[in-house]
Design a binder for this molecule. Structure first.
Ligand code: HEC
Length: 283
């Protein structure tokens, strides 16, 4: 990383492997792992002298995610310039946090007012008058940005998301397949081909030897694979993206697989959340 220059990070800040975890077969020593293969950028710059308390607070607390220019990196980190929220609603977001955004309950009332004045691009002289503290760090991170092409797709060669089986006994890949699709890139003649897509949430392996995984952001599917060869056995459409690790349980003599689904990471899609359970075929 060089001061004042953006650096390409690949795999990006969201993996490689993600927080969803992996599934392991303790008998065979095989690890099943889903991963993102999307590049991101970020950089280090000198913290310039700021004009107001609000600007200083913004750069120190918010710019890593929402960018120095407040334009964010949509859809993952929303632009604050385009936000339709009122000042009171923004204060609410800072109090409660939202999605991946942490809470900022420690802000003094006066600081909060100065911060929101800056965030909202206020031109009110009295609101912007509070002087900035001299006690700011010398450098700051410029923010997490996905490295995308002009159409909004990852600007690296696909697959952009994968599912792999790795033999931990010797460190070799048993199989590796693209995981997930962008519906708009799906061509009828390419039924067996896929670009893969970003995926969040891990796989589970049932005792009966079936690998279940949701995780894919844009096609919003849950899939079952044969762990021996990565062959797709079954898939189903979820109402929202299954960005979670499924669970399996028994009830009334039937086995179920349940996943939590929501569209918080795909903000262009309809928002909502659901738990979806599937009964496995009874023998
Ligand atoms: C770790 C990254 C991160 C940091 C730091 C962060 N935010 Fe956010 N912020 C987000 C994300 C992600 C969302 C979208 C959350 C969602 O809707 O799921 C968001 C949403 C918001 C929204 C709602 C925008 C809208 O129109 O819905 C506001 C306002 C906001 N942030 C302000 C701030 C301010 C002010 C700060 C600094 C005090 C800050 N954020 C710091 C990640 C961050």
């Amino acid at each position: 990383m060089r001061l004042g220059r953006e650096t390409l990070a690949f795999p990006g800040f969201d993996g490689g492997a993600e927080w969803g975890g992996q599934a392991a077969d303790l008998k065979t020593g095989i690890l099943y792992l889903n991963a993102n293969d999307v590049a991101w950028t970020g950089g280090l710059v000198e913290n310039h002298k700021v004009a107001s308390l609000g600007e200083g607070l913004y750069l120190d607390n918010c710019a890593t995610c929402h960018g120095g220019d407040r334009k964010g990196s949509p859809p993952a980190f929303p632009s604050l310039v385009d936000s339709k929220l009122t000042e009171a609603e923004m204060a609410d977001v800072l109090w409660s946090g939202r999605g991946r955004m942490p809470t900022f309950r420690g802000l003094l009332a006066g600081d909060l007012k100065a911060l929101l004045a800056f965030v909202r691009g206020s031109t009110d002289k009295t609101e912007l008058a509070a002087p900035a503290s001299d006690d700011r760090p010398s450098y700051r991170f410029t923010g997490y940005r996905k490295f995308l092409d002009p159409d909004g797709y990852p600007a690296v060669a696909p697959p952009w998301g994968t599912l792999s089986a790795i033999d931990l006994n010797n460190g070799t890949y048993l199989w590796r397949i693209p995981l997930g699709e962008y519906p708009a890139l799906k061509y009828p003649g390419w039924a067996d081909k896929s670009t893969g897509s970003e995926n969040y949430g891990g796989p589970i392996l049932t005792a009966g030897g079936v690998l279940f995984i949701g995780a894919t952001l844009y096609d919003k599917k849950i899939r079952a694979f044969d762990p021996r060869n990565g062959k797709l056995l079954w898939d189903a459409q979820l109402p929202y993206a299954g960005n979670a690790t499924p669970i399996t349980y028994m009830a009334g003599g039937r086995q179920y697989v349940l996943i939590q689904a929501d569209n918080a990471r795909d903000r262009k899609a309809e928002q909502g959340a659901a738990y979806v359970a599937f009964a496995l075929p009874s023998r």
